[in-house]
Design a binder for this molecule. Sequence first.
Ligand SMILES: Cc1ncc(COP(=O)(O)O)c(C=O)c1O
Length: 302
Amino acid sequence: MNNLVESFVCQNISCQVFRSDLNHPVIQGNKWYKLKYAIQKALDDKVSTLLTFGGAHSNHLLATAFAAKEAGLHVVGVVRGDELADRPDLWSRTLIQSKAHGMALVFVSRSDYRLKERSEPVQIQLQQHPNHMLINEGGTGPLAVKGVVDMMHDMAAQLTNPPTHLFCPVGTGGTLAGVVEGVAQLGWACQVCGVGVLKGLHGVKGDVLQWLTPAAGETEWSVLDQYHHGGYAKSTPALRQFAVDFQQTHGIPLDKIYNAKSFYAMNDWIKQGRISNHDRPMIIHTGGLQGGTFGATDEPSH
Ligand SMILES: Cc1ncc(COP(=O)(O)O)c(C=O)c1O
């Protein structure tokens, strides 16, 4: 594997980033690690169809569409929002590309989406594809956590000294769980800071806990819930300004939804003096760049 660890200086503190965004053009960043065991299991079990879930801008949908194509599997993507069914002119780039990679898109109402495989339209799909495997929203589940633990070992192999602080963005929590488990396996004395990108991520801590083994009990981790900037896919002028400046200064692109927020959080911790020059802060760039970056001329997203 190429060396994906890069260094940069933030407010006179030297930081490192694991550029997992550089690992694959489409199944990028954490997606590659989160999907690899699920795809392997589908092939081992001789499944013919994958069925998964996502919103119109879900990196996971696109990554699964591509991974399934590569593996020769049929894939159904259940998309939140039935208003899009007859309006392909309103489809996001994510949906257009997912379809182009061969994903069958099934648009469902928000209430059906909440019910996932218990909803009628998804039940119909499952009956039409009896030899299927379900992959959760965001790809998250025990196999995804196992894949992210592998990412931690890949990262550790490229480091001379373990970090003292490790930041990553949090959506469903699967990535954070793998990072915490990996830190425990590696025996690092490292504080893991998951940066929530959604508002009201109350349940996520419990979700993360359910995927951790007792060995991870010693690892210090938290979900920072003050850096969502209004909620999922929302932004503030401060976030946009930070991301534009950061990208210009360091030449590292940050997607709008996940990494702009996690890098902002690490920068804020440094600003607040919670990280000093005796520490070795590190951040995992989880990819998601297909969702777009903030540009100098961007309008607020909401
Ligand atoms: C680029 C990117 N980073 C981070 C995350 C958050 O990962 P998780 O859902 O495992 O918390 C996601 C969503 O899955 C993502 O697409």
